[in-house]
Design a protein around this ligand. Structure first.
Ligand code: C2E
Ligand code: MG
Ligand code: MG
Length: 280
């Protein structure tokens, strides 16, 4: 361990920043053990048909039951997982777990549902990724069409060449790729037309804009119409108000998702909760 040179050196450090760095190191230690200790759990947020109101599936969102800090959302540890490379193992577990759950739902009769899994840039470019998708499908006897892989636009635009191959391989398998949080990053509209993606999820900020006024509504409308013109399935996420829901349904979005319609829930609560709140 590095020792600081002399007493006064300490004064150059912001003690709160230092404490934060130590916290992150501790968290990284915990993260390394979290997979073996089975501390991760998937929550599932329902997605609804905008026209029919029925459930079309769920998005799997990872949670970490930290031994001392309690339930942690992805924002508390995904960054660290990406920096350390642990995300590859975590995302692989997420994929397997979500496919297992989809198999259970299918056996219970929910054969029209799809499950969506978020995949980080690092996982997408990992050599074994397409094979792990294939094997997760096979293990659970899932038709490829029941799985959606959500990627963020930065993932794709970063290394277009490499990701193109993977995206085509997924498309060949029959797995749909979804562009998550579309419009929040800096994807080139020019490239988007060439990407083998099936679905576009509008960034939450656009959906919020519905409340703000005509200029904000012009932006969300343009994003939706842009995706529609490319023949993509449009998912509006982050729907929190009835006004947002009706606006986006009127825009002919295909799928709606958000706290108004359903929060992310543990698998054991998912089906039960839907039975009593199918109002979308
Ligand atoms: P995302 O994929 O865009 O997921 C949507 C996020 O918005 C989720 O947060 C969800 O709980 C939240 N959300 C849903 N409806 C609403 C709403 O009406 N209002 C608001 N304010 N928020 C809503 P969560 O679960 O904290 O996940 C955050 C992000 O972490 C995800 O954004 C995704 O990028 C990432 N993530 C989650 N699970 C995984 C995973 O298994 N692997 C990887 N690589 N990333 C993941
Ligand atoms: Mg997502
Ligand atoms: Mg999203």
């Amino acid at each position: 361990h590095a020792k600081f040179h002399g007493k006064n050196a300490f004064s150059f450090f912001d003690s709160s920043m230092n404490a934060e760095a130590v916290d992150q190191l501790d968290l990284l230690q915990d993260l390394r053990r979290a997979l073996q200790k089975e501390e991760f759990e998937l929550y599932y947020q329902p997605k609804f048909s905008a026209s029919g109101g029925h459930v079309v599936g769920a998005e799997a969102l990872v949670r970490w039951h930290h031994p001392t800090q309690g339930l942690l959302a992805p924002s508390a540890f995904i960054g660290l997982a990406e920096q350390s490379g642990l995300i590859v193992e975590i995302d692989k577990w997420v994929l397997q777990q979500a496919c297992r759950q989809m198999g259970i739902w299918r056996s219970e009769g929910h054969t029209q549902w799809c499950v969506a899994v978020n995949v980080s840039a690092m996982q997408l470019s990992h050599v074994g990724f397409v094979d792990s998708v294939k094997s997760a499908l096979e293990t659970n006897a899932l038709p490829a069409g029941t799985l959606i892989i959500e990627i963020t636009e930065t993932v794709v635009m970063g290394e277009l060449g490499a990701s193109m191959q993977v995206l085509h391989a997924l498309a060949d398998l029959g797995v749909d790729v979804s562009l998550d949080a579309f419009g929040s990053g800096h994807s080139s509209l020019l490239h988007l037309k060439d990407l083998p993606v099936k679905e576009l999820k509008t960034a939450r900020g656009f959906v919020n804009g519905v409340q703000h006024g005509p200029r904000d509504r012009a932006v969300i409308s343009a994003v939706v119409q842009f995706g529609q013109a490319l023949g993509l399935r449009i998912v509006a996420e982050g729907i929190e108000t009835a006004e947002q829901r009706s606006y986006l349904a009127a825009m002919n979005c295909d799928v709606l998702q958000g706290y108004l319609l359903g929060h992310p829930l543990p698998a054991k609560d998912f089906v039960g909760k839907l039975a009593c709140c199918k109002t979308a």
